[in-house]
Design a protein around this ligand. Structure first.
Ligand SMILES: [Zn+2]
Length: 416
C-alpha cells in the first residue's frame, strides 16, 4: 500500500492527451495541472494560504537549494517540506541534477560565445573555471552560495529527497544541452539509466527504513534530447526497470515519469508525443519547466499530465504580466493613469482590488507589494489556463478552446 495512484479520466480523441486524478498522501491533484515552483520552500512574495486560494493544487521545491540551505536534515526534523513551509497539500521536489549542473557549473554564464550553434561537449569559456564535473558515479560541484565543494550521487539525491519528504520525487539524471553531440547524448543516456536503477534501489531501501513517514512516489526522468530513437528507448527501458533492493519494496516500478532535458519550443509537442506513445498509460507524466500558453497546449494534447515552472513568479517580479491577450510590462509609463484592473476577466485578488496605475506606482517606488500582487496574478493566470484546458477536455471542446485561447494569445502582444 503506497497511498499513491493515478486514474485516467477523459481521453482526447486520437491523441495521447487526457484528464486524470493523481492521489498522494497529502491530497489529490486533478490533471492536467500546473505546479507552481517555490524554489527554497516558498513561492517568493506570496503566502502559502494565498497559493491555495488561487487554486494551486501542489507546489514544487528544489532539492539542490534546500540541501545547501537550510539542509535537508532540518526539513526532515520539521516533519517534511509541507509542514516546514505550512503547505498542507501535495509537494514535489526535483532531484537537484539540473541545478548542480546549471547553477553549480555556471552553465550559461561560462559558455564560450564562439561555440553557439556548434555541437561540442566542452564549451566552457576561456578563463572560466568549470564548477561541476560529471563522472559515472555522480557529480562534484561547488555551491553557488559560498563556493564550498559538494558531491551528488543517485544515492545522495535519494537521501536528500526522502529527508525533504515531498510526495513526488525525481530520479537523479544528467543534464545535457542541445549543443552536446549525438555521441555524448548516447553516453549520457546510458549513465542516466544506470543512475535511475541506483535511485530505484535506494528509494526502496529508504522507503522500507522510513515507514513512519508517508510514502513518497519516485518518477524516472526521460532524457534523449531531440533524438526520437533515444527518447523512445529511454521510455521503454525506464518503464521496464524494477528495483532490486531486497527489501519489502523489492521489484517496484517507477511511480511516474518526468520528461526532461533539452527541448526546443518548436518540437516540444512532438517529443512529448514520442514519449507518451511508449510510456504506460496508467502512470502520470510530468513535464519539467514549461509556462507559456503554446507549450501547455502542445504538452497536454501529447500526453503530459503535470508541469512546473518558476517563470510566472520570476517574471512577475520584473513587472511582466500575463493576460489572455499576451504578455506586457506594467512598468511602462502608459499605465500611470490607467485605473482599470490588470485583467477585468481575471478572478484573482489583485485584479479584484487593485488598478494598473497603483501597481505601476509600486514598481516605480520599488515597493515589495508590487512583487506580491503581480505574482498572485501571474500564478492565478497560469493555474487557471491549465484548469480551463482540463475542463475543455472533459467537456469535449478542447480544440475549440485551444483555437480561441491561442488566437488571442498570439494575436496581440499588448492589452487593449
Ligand atoms: Zn488577476
Amino acid at each position: 500500500m503506497t497511498d499513491f495512484g493515478f486514474e485516467v479520466g477523459t481521453r482526447l480523441d486520437g491523441r495521447h492527451g487526457r484528464t486524470g486524478v493523481l492521489t498522494t498522501p497529502h491530497g489529490r491533484i486533478a490533471t492536467p495541472a500546473f505546479v507552481p515552483v517555490g524554489t527554497k520552500a516558498t513561492v517568493k512574495a506570496v503566502l502559502p494560504e494565498t497559493m491555495r486560494e488561487i487554486g494551486a493544487q501542489a507546489l514544487l521545491a528544489n532539492a539542490y537549494h534546500l540541501y545547501l540551505q537550510p539542509g535537508s536534515d532540518i526539513v526532515d526534523e520539521a516533519g517534511g517540506l509541507g509542514r516546514f513551509m505550512n503547505w498542507p497539500g501535495p509537494t514535489f521536489t526535483d532531484s537537484g541534477g539540473f541545478q548542480v549542473m546549471s547553477l553549480g557549473v555556471g552553465f550559461k554564464k561560462v559558455l564560450a560565445m564562439e561555440s553557439v550553434g556548434v555541437q561540442r561537449d566542452d564549451v566552457v569559456a576561456k578563463g572560466k573555471e568549470r564548477l561541476a564535473v560529471v563522472d559515472d558515479d555522480g557529480v562534484t560541484f561547488r555551491s553557488h552560495l559560498d563556493g564550498s565543494k559538494h558531491r551528488f550521487t543517485p544515492e545522495v539525491s535519494m537521501r536528500i529527497q526522502h529527508e525533504l519528504g515531498a510526495d513526488v520525487m525525481f530520479a537523479f539524471d544528467e543534464l545535457t544541452t542541445l549543443m552536446n553531440t549525438r555521441g555524448y547524448q548516447e553516453k549520457s543516456l546510458q549513465r542516466t539509466h544506470e543512475w535511475a536503477q541506483r535511485c530505484l534501489d535506494e528509494h526502496e531501501r529508504l522507503s522500507a527504513a522510513r515507514k513512519h513517514r508517508p510514502y513518497q512516489a519516485l518518477f524516472a526522468v526521460i532524457q534523449g534530447a531531440q533524438y526520437e530513437d533515444l527518447r523512445r528507448k529511454a521510455c521503454r527501458d525506464l518503464a521496464a526497470m524494477r528495483g532490486g533492493s531486497g527489501t519489502e519494496f523489492d521489484g517496484s516500478e517507477f511511480d511516474g515519469y518526468g520528461i526532461g532535458g533539452a527541448l526546443e519550443k518548436s518540437n516540444l509537442g512532438t517529443i512529448v508525443g514520442w514519449c507518451c506513445a511508449e510510456l504506460p498509460e496508467h502512470k502520470p507524466r510530468h513535464l519539467l519547466g514549461i509556462s507559456e500558453p503554446e507549450d501547455f497546449f502542445a504538452a497536454v494534447e501529447n500526453g503530459a499530465d503535470t508541469f512546473d515552472c518558476v517563470n510566472p513568479s520570476r517574471v512577475a517580479r520584473n513587472a511582466a504580466i500575463y493576460v489572455d491577450d499576451g504578455r506586457f510590462n506594467i512598468n511602462t509609463s502608459r499605465f500611470r493613469r490607467d485605473f482599470t484592473p490588470i485583467d477585468e476577466t481575471c478572478d484573482c485578488y489583485t485584479c479584484a482590488n487593485y488598478t494598473r496605475a497603483y501597481i505601476h506606482h509600486l514598481f516605480k517606488a520599488k515597493e515589495m507589494l508590487a512583487a506580491t500582487l503581480c505574482t498572485i496574478h501571474n500564478e492565478r493566470f497560469t493555474i487557471r489556463l491549465v484548469d480551463r484546458i482540463r475542463d475543455s477536455i472533459d467537456n469535449g471542446r478542447y480544440d475549440e478552446f485551444k483555437a480561441e485561447a491561442l488566437g488571442r494569445w498570439q494575436g496581440s502582444r499588448q492589452p487593449h
